[in-house]
Design a protein around this ligand. Structure first.
Ligand code: AMP
Ligand code: ZN
Length: 674
């Protein structure tokens, strides 16, 4: 490559990267995947290294993020600069990182590192004066960020006041959206025909940068902290590990999990272990962050224009494949909503074959501008869910066809209706709706009837044994035995689960019945507001509008369903079958789905804490495994802590645990003390 060619390519890359920075950091709407972005940045870096005369301080390789849009939030200058991190993708590159350190310090390794999960969210800076939170801001371009104090304060774990800290203190960490909250948010947006978020990071960024903090408050954001700006010197801390412990002691949530390692090889062992476990983490992690443990070495090494020299992000592989969209089929859900599903020429991504991908809704298709026959770039979001990254428009031949929405229901032939961007089958007898209604009713977050699988539901509908969910409660052993190779024992199990489902309470029942627009959040609000099904059935439109988060359209939809004689009849039959129609104490299910392990001594008897956790729906076990959601760490913890660190299981102090409970139940934990 000649100098002239290099100059041209470098300019092209810089423009391209600046554009994508803007899409990613300012608009929260990236067009390309992180992996593609990393490739561009890397190519630019390599070219600038080969042709140092072309280096420039305004190159994206020398800069952090992008300048915020000043229109929305007040710009704020960080008292001390915020940096990004350089990336490594292979063990070789981690070794090269260690060698650079050796050369710079004039001393042989291996060095000791702290390894932390790289939580994929957005970084924030909290500024405290004399222990009082003054403001909080996003990173922005590292010098200037956006003030988002009000929105940050909706995250209950962020401390407002601190004791025994330097007079001026900056605390840095990541605001993120747990995967569960992310999936739930997208489901709600999908149902409303709105634009969905591409990944938890964008969802977190979009939610934190809302004009209305009340919207932020609903999104279930969390925060975890890992660094200091101003105040680091005064703190007198010696290592990163101490720093993390110090943060925790001062009341900051440190939820992201960390471990210690020696040398590049030690880092590699932890990285490989965490890579395997990444799917069981409650948040999305895009790699690990490796930091020299010894803080005195940080001062010696310093920073480049963009990133520290004493730390590196060791990224997880993000496989993406090109394939073709062969056709689009349409599925009808329990609410009658029609969802487009893309059929792909099968490709192997991160260990499994991908041949179908959801195209969510009409807004999504418009935004993506995807057509049948297009080449698309597909990846697995969070390493799990196949997702189209983008359309490779440069590969279009002109043969591609636009996606056409059907006029009639693919399952029952009834004419579809269109409400805004949502296509729906209005036929109450549509078999797809029946099937989905039962499946949804039995699902884990609804009535939790685990033994009722899809095949079985199909069979039950086919044989006419059930027509709707109330019929489930009339099933007898002889109906079930023989269906789907079912024996006496599994039939008995299923019947017991159906029995148990009667006592889930109003909140779960309302979610299970799939009232239009009612997800988990609205179900909870409705149950809390009305208390009983009878009260809800009598609700007027005005009363429905009083319920938290119920808007005009949703209220109307719910009201119409409540007045529908078919719905009332279904409720009557469920009641006759003994299904509970009263709201439970709100705390009862607050920790459902989480598994806790406790180590060390707590401020009250361990059995009491265990009982509390169980009462809130959590599981408590005795040993740490990759299924553990959190390890609760008391005084003088045992070997469980080591194990948790090795597996990357997040830990909580006792106080953090109580805050988590408070956040989930909306009550101070003292109210739960027995
Ligand atoms: P990048 O997003 O490529 O600039 O990567 C650097 C960013 O990773 C930092 O600015 C942080 O926002 C984020 N990050 C996530 N987890 C950690 C962690 N444990 N330590 C340091 N940075 C982290
Ligand atoms: Zn239909």
């Amino acid at each position: 490559m000649t100098l002239e060619e290099a100059r041209r390519r470098i300019n092209e890359l810089r423009d391209l990267i600046r554009y994508h920075n803007y899409r990613y950091y300012v608009l929260d709407a990236p067009e390309i995947s992180d992996a593609e972005y990393d490739r561009l940045l890397r190519e630019l870096k390599e070219l600038e290294e080969r042709f140092p005369e072309l280096k420039s301080p305004d190159s994206p390789t020398e800069q952090v993020g992008a300048k915020p849009l000043e229109a929305t939030f007040r710009p704020i200058r960080h008292p001390s600069r915020m940096y990004s991190l350089d990336n490594a993708f292979t063990l070789e590159e981690v070794r090269a990182f260690e060698e650079r350190i050796e050369r710079a310090l004039g001393r042989k390794g291996p060095f000791v590192y702290t390894v932390e999960h790289k939580v994929d969210g957005l970084s924030v800076n909290l500024y405290y004066e004399e222990g009082v939170l003054v403001w909080g801001a996003t990173r922005g371009d590292g010098e200037t960020g956006e003030e988002v104090t009000q929105n940050l304060l909706t995250i209950p774990t962020i401390p407002r006041r601190l004791k025994g800290v330097p007079e001026r203190l900056e605390v840095r960490g990541e605001v993120y959206m747990p995967i569960e909250a992310f999936l739930r948010l997208n489901e709600e947006l999908e149902e409303k025909g709105e634009k969905i978020f591409k990944n938890p990071r964008n969802a977190a960024a979009g939610s934190l940068r809302q004009k209305d903090p009340r919207i932020t408050a609903r999104r279930g954001l969390r925060a975890t902290f890992y660094a200091l700006g101003l105040g680091l010197e005064e703190s007198g801390l010696k290592t990163q590990l101490d720093l993390l412990r110090w943060l925790r002691e001062k009341g900051f949530p440190v939820e992201h999990g960390f471990a210690r390692a020696e040398g590049a090889e030690g880092v590699e062992r932890i990285y490989q272990g965490w890579l395997k476990e990444r799917r069981s983490l409650p948040f999305e992690a895009d790699g690990v962050v490796v930091k020299l443990d010894e803080l005195s070495l940080w001062r010696e090494l310093g920073y480049t224009a963009r990133a520290p020299r004493f730390a590196i992000a060791y990224k997880f592989p993000a496989e993406e494949k090109e394939t073709r969209l062969l056709e689009v089929v349409f599925q009808v859900g329990r609410t009658g909503r029609v969802t487009p599903v893309g059929i792909l020429e099968p490709v192997f991504i991160e260990g499994s074959e991908v041949s179908r991908v959801t195209l969510h809704n009409e807004s999504y298709i418009e935004e993506l501008d995807v057509r049948i026959g297009d080449w698309v770039l597909v990846h697995k979001a969070g390493g799990v869910i196949p997702e189209v990254q983008r359309v490779l428009k440069e590969k279009r031949t002109g043969e591609e066809r636009p996606i056409r929405w059907p006029e009639t229901c693919p399952e029952c032939g009834h004419r579809l209706v269109k409400e805004g961007k949502v296509h729906r089958c209005p036929n109450p007898l549509c078999p797809a709706k029946r099937f989905e209604a039962i499946r949804h009713y039995a699902s884990r977050k609804a009535m939790d009837i685990g033994g009722l699988g899809e095949k079985l539901i199909e069979k039950l509908l086919e044989k006419g044994l059930v027509k709707d969910v109330a019929d489930l409660y009339r099933l007898k052993e002889e109906d079930l035995v023989g269906l789907e190779r079912m024996g006496k024992k599994s039939a008995g199990n299923l019947l017991r689960q159906i029995e148990e489902s009667r006592s889930r309470g109003l909140e779960r029942l309302l979610y299970a019945l799939g009232l239009p627009g009612v997800g988990e959040v609205l179900a909870r609000n409705l149950a809390a507001h009305f208390g009983t099904m009878d009260r809800l059935l009598e609700a007027t439109l005005e009363e429905l509008l009083q319920v938290e988060e119920v808007g005009e359209l949703t209220a109307r939809g719910i009201y119409e369903t409540l007045q529908d004689p078919a719905f009332r009849d279904l409720v009557r039959r469920l009641k006759e079958a003994g299904v509970e129609m009263e709201a439970k104490e709100r705390g009862e299910e607050a920790l459902k789905g989480l598994t806790f392990v406790i180590t060390g001594e707590l401020s009250r008897p361990r059995e009491e804490v265990k009982a509390l956790l169980r009462r809130l729906g959590a599981k408590v076990t005795d040993s740490v495994s990759r299924k553990t959601s959190y390890l609760v760490v008391g005084e003088a913890p045992g070997s469980k802590l080591e194990k948790a660190r090795a597996l990357g299981v997040p830990t909580l102090t006792e106080e953090e645990l109580y805050r988590l409970i408070e956040e989930r139940t909306g009550k101070r934990q003292e109210t739960f003390a027995s």
